[in-house]
Design a protein around this ligand. Structure first.
Ligand SMILES: [Zn+2]
Length: 141
């Protein structure tokens, strides 16, 4: 069977390599770029300033920002922000280093902020009354 219809995602070859994941996928809520699999979730009990966040063993299709020291509830960490390669929006951060021994398991792991990503069933996490001013590109009735 060839030519199965459906959604064709424009992937600009030569500019970016966008990996396609299979399974229960978390994807960028803006451009639907695949970011991570639910199989790779280490913990769902993280929090960030916007609400829930998940810790992932690996995340794809992101670029990293510059390292910074960040004080968190669990101590000082060296982190880099991570950005979706599809649209450049920030989706979370990566732990480069943790100072506390008990936090070392997070090194090299990724946080995706739940409200920045779509869940495996396409669900969007809504946190608080975030009103968008003049959203002229909204097509939902
Ligand atoms: Zn994106």
């Amino acid at each position: 069977m060839r030519g199965s219809g459906g959604d064709i995602e424009g992937q600009e070859m030569g500019m970016l390599f966008v990996l396609t994941l299979e399974g229960n996928i978390y994807s960028c809520k803006h451009c639907k770029t695949h970011l991570a699999l639910s199989d790779d979730i280490i913990s769902m009990s993280f929090h960030c300033r916007h609400g829930k966040a998940y810790l992932f063993d690996k995340v794809v299709n992101v670029t990293v920002g510059k390292k910074e020291e960040r004080m968190m509830m669990t101590g000082m960490h060296t982190v880099v922000d991570i950005f979706c390669v599809g649209c450049g929006s920030i989706v979370g951060w990566k732990y480069e280093a943790a100072q506390e021994k008990q936090q070392k398991y997070k090194e090299g792991k990724f946080i995706l902020e739940r409200f920045k990503v779509l869940g495996p069933d396409g669900s969007m996490y809504v946190h608080g009354p975030e009103v968008q001013a003049g959203g002229s590109d909204a097509e939902d009735a």
